[in-house]
Every structure is written in structure tokens, then in C-alpha cells.
Design a protein around this ligand. Structure first.
Ligand code: FES
Length: 272
């Protein structure tokens, strides 16, 4: 789109009662840059994570496990000593074990309020940007199938909590060395630690989290603990977009780091 075509007559900004402006928008800045960068960033992550999720290899380099493959729920996982390796799915499961896990963080991010804005703008141009009319003829918002399923976000938030807890557990286990003796710290430990912190920060900055801890109250004064939690969630929530990107980057980087060590591209630098 060049940004100059008028939207279809009779709908949206061309509807009755709206100002009769022929131009599609009046913005003179590079409004397309943010959605274009967003789409490129998300696409890069989708390509990378799909490759890694289906690879079914290079996800464990003792004592580090990739966040894409933890917890391992299938019998075909590589054994991870002391790690979250729970064989809920037997030998009949022949696909990558990552697929059993990633559905939860994927659902959490797909239904996230921020990511919804990001991909509606970046991929569907709905709308492309503030004050730029969308090219679609009809607009039903999130009132119908399939977008009405976005309402499940709160349940994905509940599912994201154990995921964050398990990544924290993996980080604790990363303080062992390759012979599983405690007291180790390598660059991989730091990578997993930073990732776990960012995943928690993103998860707890969720709009649903903020509502769960502080919503539907008439008097904060009667609920001082919930008020305190709500204030903390609110402070994180103000940074939700930044945390969404930072944690997306860190989770990809943590997986890449484990992959490079597991495939022998380099040795994990050790601090002690
Ligand atoms: Fe983004 Fe809940 S709103 S994770």
C-alpha cells in the first residue's frame, strides 16, 4: 500500500457521520516503520523457534537445558540428570518433545494484549497505525470466532506460571557442573538466569495478572496486600511491551546458547 488509497466507501472512517476526508490518512511521518519492524522481528522469531522446536536435537548440554524443551514430557527426551524430565508421554510420541511444551508459552504470547496489537498492526494492517484507516471492508473486532478465543488469555496466564517456575528450577540446576556437582557458574548459568528473570518480569507484567491480583475490589484500603501486589504488577505492566520483546529475545538467545554448546561450536566459559 502506498498509503494514499482511500478506504472503501461507507465503512470505517468513510462511514456516515465521519469527516469527509478523501486521503487515507493525514500522517506525514514514517508511520509504517514501527509495524514493519514489528512484523520483521516477530517473523524472525517464528522462523527460528519453529526450526528449533522441530529439530529435536541440541537442547541439552549438561547442566544446561534449552527453555524450548523444558520440562521434557516425553520418553524420547535425552536424559537430563536431576532435571525436569517427566515421561508423561510414552514411546508412542515420536515428534519433538518441544511441541508438547511450546503450546503454552505460544498461547500465552499469541493472546497477549501487547502481541495482539503488534501482529494486528504488523501482519493484518488492522489498523496499520494510529490514525491510519485499515484497508479491510468489515470490522468485527474480537467478537467472533476465531478471535473471540483471545479471551482465553487469563487461562494461558495461569499456564505460564508453572512454565516460569520450571525455567527457574532449570536455572538453579545450572549452578552444577557437567558432573552434576554444585558450585558451578558458567556463562550458560548467567544466560539462563537472565532469561528466567525476564520471563518472570514479562509474565507478572501481564494485564490479566494485574486484574487477578487487584481487580474487582471496591476498597483497596480493605485489601492492603492485594493493593501492594497490584501496585507492583502495575509498575511492571507499564513496561509490558519492552518486557515482551526482551523476554522473547532472551528465550531465543538461551536456546541458541544451549544449542551452540551442545553441538560443540564452543565451550561454555566457566567463572567458578
Ligand atoms: Fe501480555 Fe498478558 S497481556 S502477557
Amino acid at each position: 500500500a502506498t498509503g494514499t488509497e482511500p478506504p472503501p466507501a461507507g465503512t470505517g472512517v468513510r462511514g456516515a457521520g465521519r469527516a469527509a476526508i478523501r486521503a487515507r490518512h493525514l500522517r506525514t511521518d514514517r508511520w509504517w516503520l514501527a509495524p514493519a519492524l514489528t512484523a520483521a522481528g516477530l517473523l524472525a522469531f517464528v522462523v527460528y523457534s519453529s526450526w528449533r522446536a522441530f529439530a529435536n536435537a541440541g537442547y541439552y548440554a549438561a547442566p544446561y537445558v534449552s527453555p524450548f524443551y523444558s520440562p521434557c514430557l516425553a520418553e524420547n527426551c535425552v536424559p537430563m540428570k536431576g532435571g525436569p524430565n517427566w515421561e508423561v508421554f510414552g514411546s508412542w510420541w515420536g515428534l519433538s518433545p518441544a511441541l508438547l511444551i511450546l503450546v503454552f508459552p505460544l498461547g500465552f504470547r499469541l493472546t497477549c494484549y501487547y502481541y495482539r496489537k503488534a501482529y494486528y498492526r504488523g501482519f493484518w494492517a488492522s489498523p496499520p497505525a494510529c490514525a491510519v484507516a485499515e484497508p479491510h471492508r468489515r470490522y468485527t473486532g474480537e467478537t467472533r470466532f476465531p478471535l473471540i478465543l483471545q479471551n482465553a488469555h487469563r487461562y494461558f496466564f495461569y499456564a505460564a506460571l508453572p512454565v516460569a517456575a520450571i525455567l527457574t528450577y532449570d536455572t538453579v540446576l545450572a549452578f552444577r557442573d557437567e558432573h552434576y556437582a554444585w558450585g558451578h557458574m558458567g556463562l550458560g548459568t548467567v544466560v539462563l538466569l537472565v532469561n528466567a528473570v525476564l520471563i518472570w518480569a514479562y509474565t507478572l507484567s501481564c494485564h490479566s495478572c494485574r486484574h487477578i491480583v487487584g481487580g474487582r475490589l471496591r476498597h483497596f484500603s480493605r485489601h492492603p496486600v492485594r493493593y501492594r501486589l497490584w501496585s507492583w504488577a502495575g509498575r511492571l505492566n507499564a513496561r509490558h511491551m519492552q518486557l515482551a520483546w526482551a523476554s522473547l529475545f532472551s528465550v531465543g538467545l538461551a536456546d541458541l546458547y544451549v544449542y551452540l554448546v551442545a553441538t560443540g561450536v564452543f565451550d561454555d566459559p566457566r567463572f567458578f
